[in-house]
Design a protein around this ligand. Structure first.
Ligand SMILES: *[C@@H]1O[C@H](CO)[C@@H](O)[C@H](O)[C@H]1NC(C)=O
Ligand SMILES: *[C@@H]1O[C@H](CO)[C@@H](O)[C@H](O)[C@H]1NC(C)=O
Ligand SMILES: *[C@@H]1O[C@H](CO)[C@@H](O)[C@H](O)[C@H]1NC(C)=O
Length: 969
C-alpha cells in the first residue's frame, strides 16, 4: 500500500462514522475554533485545528479536540476548558456557553480586559470558574448567584471594584471562594457566612476595603479549612467563636488593624497548622491553652502582646517556626520550647523576655535561625545551638548574657551572621568561628571577650565589629586574608604593634576604626588609597606623617590624640610636620592649645560615639526585619527565601549582586532571588535600580516579561523574588559555547534550532511591544540584550532586568543623566545625546535578531565595529545574506525565514532612530515569518517534519536539558 491509499482509507473510515455523536462533536469543535478566532488566534492555541481540512492530514490523530491538552471531554462532550496562561487578550464571548456541558472554565493568568462576563450564566452546568490574574474590571454583578452550581469561584488579582454583593452568599454549593487582591471597597458581606460548604475563603490584599470588623458570621463556616484575609483593613477584635471553626487549618489575618485580645479559644481547632496574626495591634496575653497539637507555624510578631509565652507551645512537636518579635512579652522562654524536635526558626527579639535561655535549643532540632536579641535575657547562650550544623544566624544582641560563646559555634559552617553585641559575654572566641565558611557578619562589640586577633577570617566576612572588648595582640601582618571586609571596627581594645601595610590591600573597606588601642609606628602611606567613608585612628601611639589623601577636613577627627603624628596642612587638629618647633615643649600657649583641642575633641568624640551606638542599636533591630511586598499570590514565606540564600544556590552574579536559585517548600517550587547589595548600605545607583525594577515589574504583567513575585528589603539588602526560568538566558544558549572552549561535549552538541530561535524572537518582541505600546506611560527598558532574555522550560522568552528601565510620557524624549546599556547593543544616538526614546530598545532588539540569525555575539566585529555594523556591510557591499547565517542551524527549509529575520535585524539597527520600525511593526513582521512554523500548516514543512533527522535532533535537545543546565550552572 502506498501512503496515499493509507490516508484515503483512513479518510473513508472517518467520514463513514458520521453518526449523531460525531455531528455533536463537530458542533463543539466549531465552537472551540470560533473561540480561537474570537481571541485572534493566539499562538498558544495554534494546535487547535480542524482535522478535516486536508492540509493537516499528518496530524489527524492528535487533532480531535478532545485530545487538545486544554480540553477535557467526558463521554465525548466538552466539560472542561483550561486556558490558563495562554496570552489571551480579548474578551470572553457569550457563545462560549454553546458548549452546553461545560463544568469548568479556567482563564487565569491572561490579559482579559472586560467586565464580569454575565453571559456565563448560560453555562448552566458550571461548577468551577477561575478568572483570576486578568484585567477584569467593573463590579461583581448583584445577580451573580445565578451561577448557582458553582463550587469553585476565583476572581482574585483583577481590577474589580465596588462592593462585593451580598448575593454571593447564595452560592451555597461553593467550596472555594477567592476574591483576593482586587480594588473592592465597602466591607465583606456577612452573607459569606451562609456558605456552609465553604472550605477555602481567600479575601486577602483588598487594601481599599473600608475599615471594618471581621464579620462574626464567618465563624459559622464549620467546614472552612483555609481563611486568608491578610492586608484588608480589618479592625476591631477577632470574634471569640473563631476557636469553634473546627475544620480550620490555615488562618492568616496578618497585616490588618485588629485590636483587643486574641480569643482564648484560638488554638483549639484540632487541625490548625498555620496561624498568622502578625502586624496587627493585638494586645493582652497569648491564649495559654493549645489543643491544636499539629501546629506548624505561629507568627504573632509585631503586635502589642503582653504576658508570657505559653508553656503549651512546648507541646507543639511539629512546630517549625515560632515568631513573636516586636511585642511586649515578658517572663522566661519555656524550657520545653528548647526541646521541640521540629523547630527551625525562633524569632522572639524585641520583647521584655527575661531569665535564662532554654539550654537545649539546637540539641533536638535542625535549628536554622535563633533570634533573641533585644530582651533582658541572662545566663549563657545554649551550648548545643549548632549541634545539628544547620544554624545560619545567632542574633542575641542587647541582652544581659554572660559566659562564653557556645563551642558548637566553632564548628558551624552554615553560619552567616553572629551578632551578640552589648551583652556581658567573655572568654575567647571559639577558633573555628573566625573562619566559618559562610560567615559574613560578626559583631561582638561591647562585651568582655579576650584573646588575639585571628590570622585569617572567613572568606566572605564583610563586617567585623569587635569594639569595646579586651582583645589583645597585634593585627596580623598578612591581613590581606581579611579581604572581603567593608567594615572593620576594633575600637577600644588592647591591640598593639603597627598597622600592617597590607591593610591597604583591603580595597572593599569603607569603614575603619582602630581608635583607642595601643597601635604604634607609622601609618602606612598606601592606606591613603582606600576609599574610606569613616576612618578613626585616634587615641593610639602612632607617629610620623599622615597620608596626604587624609589631609582634609573630612578626616579632621580621625587622628586625634596621637601626639607624635603630623600633617603638612595646618588646618587639621594635628601638629604641622614643617614646624620644627612641634617637638619642643617650650611653647606654652601651643601646649594649652593642644590640651584644649584634645579635651574638646575627646568630648566630641564621646558624643559621636554615643550617637553612633544609638544609631547602631536602631539599625541592628532593623537588620532582622524585612519589609515583604507581594505582587503575586505566593506560597512561601520570607524565611523560606532567606534560608535559601546560600553560596551553593548562587546561579549568577553581576554588577548589582548575586542571583540565587531557591527551592521553596517542595522541589518543584523554585524561585530565583536577586540580591542587591551585600550587608552594607546600598550604593545610590543600586538602590535606584531596585526601585525601578520594583516599580515597573510590580505594576505590569505579561507572559513575555519575567514575573516578579515579591520583594523584600531591609536597610542593607534588597531581595527581588522572581519566577525561576529553567533554561536561563538566551545569551547562555547562543554564546556560552564560543566563550568556554573547554566545556563539556553536551553543550557543544546542543544548539537552539531555528524554530526555537524564531519562537524566542517573537516572544521577546511581544514583551517589548507590550512595554512600548500597551503600558501607560510606556516603559523603555534601556538594557535589552541576550543575557536579559530569559527562557522557560518551553523556550518561551521573558524579558528581565528592569533596573535601568524608565517610564516615559507618550512621545516624549527623555533626558538621561547617564548613558546606560551594554556594549554592542547601545543605539548610536545614545553616544552623542542623552535624549532618547523607545527606539533605543528597537535598536538593541535588532542586535538580538542578528545574534539569533548569525549566532555571533553582539560585540562581534573588527576592532572598532559591532555585530550591527558587521551585518550592515552585507547590505552595503551586496554580499549574499546566506553567508552571514549561523552555519550550525542553516538548513535549506529555514533559509528564507532566517534571511528575512536577519534583514529585519538590519532595519531595526538603522542609525537613524526615526527609520527604525516600532515594536508593533516588528511583531507583525515576525508573526508573518513565524506563522507557517508555529501553526505547522504548510504542507511542505509538515511533511518534512517527519524526517527522522529533524525529529531526532529535537528529541536530543529536550532529553539533554537537565545535563546541559547542570554544566551551564
Ligand atoms: C451534553 O451531554 C449529554 C449527556 O452526556 C449529551 O446527551 C449531550 O449531547 C451533550 N450536549 C452537547 C451539546 O454536546
Ligand atoms: C474596564 O477596562 C476597559 C479596558 O481597560 C475600559 O475600557 C473600561 O472602561 C473599563 N470598565 C470599567 C467599568 O471600568
Ligand atoms: C485604592 O484607592 C486609591 C484611591 O482611590 C487608588 O488610588 C488606588 O489605586 C486603589 N488601590 C487599588 C489596589 O485598587
Amino acid at each position: 500500500m502506498t501512503i496515499t491509499t493509507i490516508f484515503l482509507s483512513f479518510l473513508l473510515l472517518l467520514f463513514g462514522r458520521a453518526n449523531s455523536e460525531s455531528q455533536l462533536n463537530d458542533k463543539e469543535q466549531t465552537v472551540l475554533l470560533k473561540l480561537k478566532q474570537h481571541w485572534q488566534n493566539p499562538p498558544s492555541l495554534s494546535h487547535w485545528q480542524n482535522p478535516l481540512s486536508l492540509s493537516h492530514l499528518n496530524s489527524l490523530n492528535s487533532s480531535h479536540h478532545c485530545n487538545w491538552p486544554e480540553i477535557t471531554c467526558t463521554s465525548g462532550t466538552v466539560t472542561q476548558l483550561r486556558l490558563q496562561n495562554k496570552s489571551i487578550t480579548q474578551t470572553v464571548p457569550p457563545f462560549i456557553c454553546d458548549l452546553k456541558n461545560l463544568t469548568a472554565i479556567n482563564l487565569s493568568f491572561n490579559f482579559i480586559p472586560q467586565e464580569f462576563p454575565k453571559a456565563l450564566y448560560n453555562c448552566s452546568k458550571l461548577e468551577e470558574l477561575d478568572l483570576s490574574q486578568n484585567y477584569f474590571n467593573g463590579t461583581i454583578p448583584v445577580d451573580v448567584h445565578r451561577l448557582s452550581g458553582l463550587r469553585h469561584f476565583n476572581l482574585g488579582a483583577n481590577d474589580f471594584y465596588g462592593n462585593i454583593p451580598a448575593s454571593i452568599g447564595q452560592l451555597t454549593e461553593l467550596r472555594t471562594l477567592k476574591l483576593f487582591q482586587c480594588a473592592f471597597n465597602g466591607s465583606f458581606p456577612p452573607e459569606i457566612g451562609n456558605l456552609s460548604k465553604l472550605e477555602s475563603l481567600q479575601l486577602a490584599y483588598n487594601v481599599n476595603m473600608t475599615a471594618a470588623e471581621l464579620p462574626s458570621s464567618f465563624t459559622e463556616l464549620k467546614k472552612l479549612k483555609f481563611l486568608w484575609i491578610a492586608a484588608s483593613n480589618l479592625n476591631g477584635e477577632i470574634p471569640e467563636a473563631i476557636g469553634e471553626m473546627e475544620a480550620l487549618e490555615h488562618l492568616d489575618l496578618s497585616k490588618n488593624n485588629l485590636t483587643g485580645k486574641i480569643p482564648t479559644s484560638l488554638f483549639m481547632p484540632k487541625n490548625l497548622r498555620i496561624v498568622y496574626l502578625f502586624r496587627n495591634q493585638l494586645s493582652g496575653e497569648i491564649p495559654q491553652v493549645v489543643e491544636a497539637l499539629n501546629i506548624d507555624v505561629i507568627d504573632l510578631s509585631d503586635n502589642k502582646l503582653t504576658g508570657s509565652i505559653p508553656d503549651d507551645f512546648g507541646r507543639l512537636r511539629n512546630m517549625t517556626g515560632l515568631s513573636l518579635f516586636f511585642n511586649q512579652l515578658s517572663g522566661k522562654i519555656p524550657d520545653s520550647i528548647g526541646r521541640l524536635p521540629s523547630l527551625i526558626v525562633l524569632k522572639v527579639f524585641s520583647n521584655n523576655l527575661s531569665g535564662t535561655l532554654p539550654p537545649d535549643f539546637g540539641r533536638y532540632s535542625m535549628l536554622v535561625e535563633f533570634q533573641v536579641a533585644d530582651n533582658k535575657l541572662e545566663g549563657e547562650l545554649p551550648e548545643h545551638l549548632c549541634d545539628n550544623r544547620r544554624l545560619v544566624g545567632v542574633v542575641a544582641f542587647n541582652n544581659n548574657l554572660t559566659g562564653e560563646l557556645p563551642k558548637s559555634l566553632g564548628n558551624c559552617n552554615g553560619l552567616k551572621i553572629v551578632t551578640v553585641y552589648n551583652n556581658r559575654l567573655s572568654g575567647d572566641i571559639p577558633s573555628g568561628l573566625w573562619t566559618s565558611l559562610n560567615l559574613s557578619v560578626l559583631i561582638l562589640s561591647d562585651n568582655s571577650f579576650t584573646g588575639e586577633l585571628p590570622q585569617r577570617v572567613a572568606r566572605n566576612l564583610s563586617r567585623l565589629e569587635i569594639n569595646n572588648n579586651n582583645f589583645s595582640g597585634s593585627l596580623p601582618p598578612d591581613i590581606i586574608s581579611w579581604k572581603m571586609l567593608n567594615t572593620l571596627n576594633l575600637r577600644r581594645n588592647k591591640i598593639s604593634g603597627p598597622i600592617p601595610e597590607k591593610l591597604s590591600n583591603l580595597v572593599g573597606l569603607t569603614e575603619l576604626d582602630l581608635s583607642e588601642n595601643q597601635l604604634s609606628g607609622q601609618i602606612p602611606l598606601q592606606l591613603g588609597l582606600l576609599k574610606l567613608t569613616l576612618l578613626n585612628l585616634s587615641s593610639n601611639h602612632l607617629t610620623g606623617r599622615i597620608p596626604t589623601q587624609f589631609e582634609n577636613d573630612a578626616y579632621a577627627s580621625s587622628f586625634l590624640n596621637n601626639l607624635a603624628l603630623c600633617a603638612n596642612k595646618p588646618s587639621l587638629n594635628i601638629n604641622n610636620c614643617n614646624n620644627s618647633d612641634h617637638h619642643k615643649s617650650s611653647k606654652v600657649p601651643s601646649i594649652y592649645l593642644h590640651l584644649i583641642v584634645s579635651f574638646v575633641a575627646a568630648a566630641l568624640l564621646r558624643l559621636v560615639v554615643a550617637m553612633i551606638s544609638i544609631y547602631r542599636k536602631g539599625k541592628h533591630q532593623l537588620d532582622s526585619t524585612w519589609k515583604f511586598t507581594i505582587f503575586q499570590s505566593v506560597n512561601f514565606r520570607e524565611s523560606d527565601i532567606l534560608s535559601g540564600l546560600t553560596e551553593d544556590n548562587v546561579i549568577g552574579s553581576g554588577g548589582s549582586g548575586k542571583v540565587y536559585r531557591v527551592v521553596v517548600n517542595d522541589p518543584n517550587n523554585i524561585v530565583a532571588v536577586k540580591r542587591i547589595g551585600n550587608n552594607r548600605k546600598l550604593e545610590q545607583n543600586l538602590e535606584k535600580e531596585f526601585h525601578a525594577e520594583v516599580k515597573i515589574l510590580g505594576s505590569i504583567r505579561h507572559s513575555n516579561i519575567v514575573k516578579l513575585l515579591c520583594c523584600m528589603s531591609n536597610e542593607n539588602s534588597k531581595l527581588l523574588v522572581y519566577e525561576y526560568l529553567k533554561n536561563h538566558s538566551l545569551d547562555e544558549w547562543l554564546h556560552r559555547k564560543s566563550r568556554a572552549s573547554s566545556t563539556s561535549s553536551s553543550i557543544q552538541n546542543v544548539v537552539l534550532d531555528w524554530p526555537k530561535r524564531l519562537q524566542i524572537a517573537v516572544g521577546a518582541a511581544q514583551g517589548l511591544y507590550y512595554m512600548h505600546h500597551s503600558c501607560s506611560p510606556p516603559i523603555v527598558h534601556r538594557d535589552v540584550k541576550s543575557s536579559n532574555i530569559l527562557l522557560d522550560s518551553e523556550f518561551n522568552a521573558k524579558i528581565a532586568d528592569f533596573g535601568l528601565a524608565k517610564m516615559f510620557k507618550q512621545g516624549e524624549l527623555a533626558t538621561m543623566s547617564v548613558v546606560a546599556g551594554s556594549f554592542g547593543y547601545i543605539a548610536p544616538e545614545y553616544a552623542h545625546t542623552t535624549r532618547v526614546n523607545e527606539k533605543i530598545d528597537v535598536y538593541s532588539f535588532g542586535v538580538i535578531l542578528l545574534e539569533l540569525t548569525t549566532g555571533r555575539e553582539a560585540s562581534y566585529g573588527d576592532e572598532y565595529t559591532s555585530l550591527a555594523e558587521w551585518a550592515w556591510r552585507y547590505i552595503k557591499d551586496d554580499i549574499p545574506i546566506v553567508d552571514a547565517l549561523d552555519e550550525e542551524i542553516k538548513e535549506p527549509s529555514y533559509l528564507e525565514e532566517m534571511s528575512s529575520v536577519f534583514i529585519l535585524g538590519i532595519i531595526c539597527t538603522n542609525k537613524e532612530p526615526s527609520k527604525r520600525p516600532s515594536m508593533k511593526e516588528v511583531v507583525q513582521k515576525l508573526h508573518k515569518s513565524s506563522q507557517p512554523l508555529v501553526y505547522g500548516e504548510k504542507i511542505a514543512t509538515s511533511l518534512s517534519d517527519t524526517s527522522p533527522l529533524k525529529n531526532s535532533k529535537r528529541k536530543s535537545t529536550s532529553e539533554n536539558d537537565e545535563e546541559i543546565l547542570a554544566s551551564i550552572v
